[in-house]
Ligand binder design. Structure first.
Ligand SMILES: Nc1ncnc2c1ncn2[C@@H]1O[C@H](COP(=O)(O)OP(=O)(O)OP(=O)(O)O)[C@@H](O)[C@H]1O
Length: 238
C-alpha cells in the first residue's frame, strides 16, 4: 500500500517565457474530494492536462499509487486509472445516449453484453437512464456534461479529474450535478477544478487556491474559502 493515491511533486509548466504552473505539490488520498480554484489563467486546466498527460511538464512528477506516470502517454494513464471530464464534452449526436456510453467503455469492459450493462449502470448513476435510447443530439448542455461524467467513470478510475463541471449549467442542473457527485464511488480520488463556489463548498473536503501558477493555500474547504485572495477574486471583497 502507498500512502497517496495521487502525488504531484514540483509540477512546473512553462510556455516560452510564461510559467503557467510553478512547482505545484499536492497529495490526494484515496477518496479525496479536492478542489482547485483560482482566477482565470491561474493554471488550473494546465494542471489537469499535466496529470492526464496531454501536456508534458517542464519539471516535476505525477505519481499514481507510487508509480511515476510522468513519462507515460495519456491513453496508458487512462488505462492505469486517470479519468478526465471535459468542459466541452465530445458527444456523437447521431448515436443514442446509451451507445455513446457504451463507446466510452469500449476499452474497459469484457464482452459486448457486459459493456452494455456497465454503460446502462453508469447512465443510471448520472440520472440519464430515461434518455438512454434517445439520440444524444437532443441532450441539453447539462445532460451532455452528465454523459461526459458517465464516460469518465467507465474504467472505474482511481483518480477523476473534473474540469468545471458546473460551467454553463442551470441551477436545476447544478443541483443534479451535486447529487451525482455525492454518489461517486467513495474510493475514487477526485480533483475538481471549479469556479462555482457553491459546488466547491458542498463537494470538496479540501481546497487549493491557485494564483499565477502557484498554490497560495491548501486548507479545509471552509477555511480556504475564507482566504483573502478567494474573497477578493470571487466575492468582490478586498
Ligand atoms: N498551449 C499554451 N501555450 C501558451 N500559453 C498557454 C497555453 N496553455 C495555457 N497557457 C497559458 O498558461 C496560463 C494558465 O492557463 P490555464 O488555461 O491553465 O488557466 P486556468 O486557470 O485554467 O484558466 P481558466 O479559469 O480561464 O480556464 C495562462 O496564462 C494561459 O494563457
Amino acid at each position: 500500500m502507498t500512502e497517496h493515491r495521487l502525488l504531484l511533486d514540483g509540477l512546473t509548466r512553462r510556455y516560452g517565457s510564461l510559467t503557467a504552473l510553478d512547482g505545484v505539490g499536492l497529495r490526494l488520498a484515496a477518496g479525496a474530494r479536492h478542489a482547485v480554484i483560482g482566477p482565470n489563467g491561474a493554471g488550473k486546466t494546465t494542471l489537469l492536462s499535466l496529470i492526464a498527460g496531454t501536456e508534458r511538464p517542464s519539471a516535476g512528477r505525477v505519481v499514481l499509487d507510487g508509480r511515476d506516470l510522468t513519462r507515460i502517454a495519456p491513453a496508458r494513464r487512462a488505462r492505469l486509472g486517470i479519468a478526465r471530464s471535459f468542459q466541452q464534452p465530445a458527444v456523437i449526436g447521431e448515436l443514442t445516449v446509451l451507445d455513446n456510453a457504451v463507446l466510452a467503455g469500449w476499452r474497459h469492459g469484457r464482452g459486448r453484453r457486459e459493456r452494455a450493462r456497465a454503460a446502462a449502470e453508469r447512465l443510471e448513476a448520472v440520472g440519464l437512464a430515461d434518455a438512454a435510447h434517445r439520440p444524444a443530439a437532443g441532450l441539453s448542455h447539462g445532460q451532455r456534461r452528465l454523459l461526459d461524467l458517465a464516460a469518465a467513470l467507465a474504467g472505474q478510475p482511481r483518480v477523476l479529474l473534473l474540469d468545471e463541471p458546473a460551467a454553463g449549467l442551470t441551477d436545476r442542473d447544478v443541483a443534479r450535478l451535486l447529487d451525482v457527485l455525492a454518489a461517486l464511488p467513495r474510493d475514487v480520488a477526485v480533483l475538481l477544478v471549479e469556479h462555482h463556489t457553491e459546488v466547491v463548498a458542498q463537494f470538496a473536503d479540501t481546497v487549493t487556491v491557485l494564483q499565477d501558477g502557484t498554490p497560495l493555500v491548501t486548507a479545509p474547504t471552509q477555511e480556504a474559502l475564507r482566504h483573502e485572495a478567494v474573497r477578493a477574486a470571487y466575492l468582490g471583497a478586498t
